[in-house]
Design a binder for this molecule. Structure first.
Ligand code: MN3
Length: 240
């Protein structure tokens, strides 16, 4: 299909409100060389399910704000902060690693890491999730934690004791599974760890549905939402 510059610009304007599938749009139509596209290198990935798919555990209202407003705002801010810099040419992961620990680039790090963290969080959940892992991950949890109950206790504790905003994680650290927590935008990849799973414990993740009951949100995450297939796939990728 021949795409005229005029039509392309119209499409960009039409899609820029959402920024959904921005990269797919560019790839499918081979228009990534047009400067308008390259001036917005970071895009909001699509949610892996509908905004109401996690109900009744997480409402469409929460996801419309959390994904549509918060996650989108981190993407928008990251594009603003990296505009006309060398960082705009790098992948999201490269930006995160390159700016970590540099106080002069804290704003860029925070927004880049929050883009990554939220994308990872959406995939850490699924409709009809919960239950127990199987296969290699199940074996490794038994070996490294001494069973599922011990893992759950550690994960709940990490989420509940993260003071203020942050994240609870299941990670691989030098070949061993660990539960960790990080404040604000901090994340495993800048600590030499590989993330398998994450849970957002910023208040915006649960306040509309659970108000101040963070422990109820955490229990629901583990019992009804957690996506063990995603975690196992990350484990196997790390081992490969
Ligand atoms: Mn969040």
């Amino acid at each position: 299909m021949e795409i005229t510059r005029r039509n392309f610009c119209k499409s960009v304007i039409a899609s820029s409100a959402l920024m959904l599938g921005g990269r797919a749009f560019a790839g499918e139509n081979s228009v990534s060389t047009i400067t308008k596209e390259s001036s917005m290198p970071f895009t909001l990935p699509e949610l892996p399910y509908a905004q109401n798919a996690l109900e009744p555990h997480i409402s469409a209202n929460t996801l419309s704000f959390h994904y549509g407003k918060h996650h989108q705002a981190y993407v928008t801010k990251l594009n603003e902060l990296t505009k006309d810099t060398d960082l705009a040419q790098l992948s999201l992961e490269e930006v995160i690693v390159k700016t970590a620990g540099d106080s002069a680039k804290a704003g860029i790090f925070n927004n880049a890491a929050q883009v990554w963290n939220h994308t990872f969080y959406w995939s850490s959940m699924k409709p009809n999730g919960g239950g127990a892992p199987t296969g290699a991950l199940s074996e490794k949890i038994n070996k490294d934690f001494g069973g599922m109950d011990k893992f759950k206790e550690a994960f709940k504790n990490a989420g509940a004791t993260q003071f203020g905003s942050g994240w609870a994680w299941l990670v691989i650290d030098k070949g061993t599974l660990k539960v960790t927590k990080t404040p604000n935008a901090d994340l495993p990849m800048v600590h030499g760890q590989t993330a398998l799973l994450t849970m957002d414990v910023w208040e915006h993740a649960y306040y509309l549905d659970y108000q101040n009951r963070r422990p109820d949100y955490i229990t629901t995450f583990l019992d009804k939402l957690v996506n063990w297939e995603f975690a196992e796939a990350n484990l196997l990728k790390n081992a490969a």
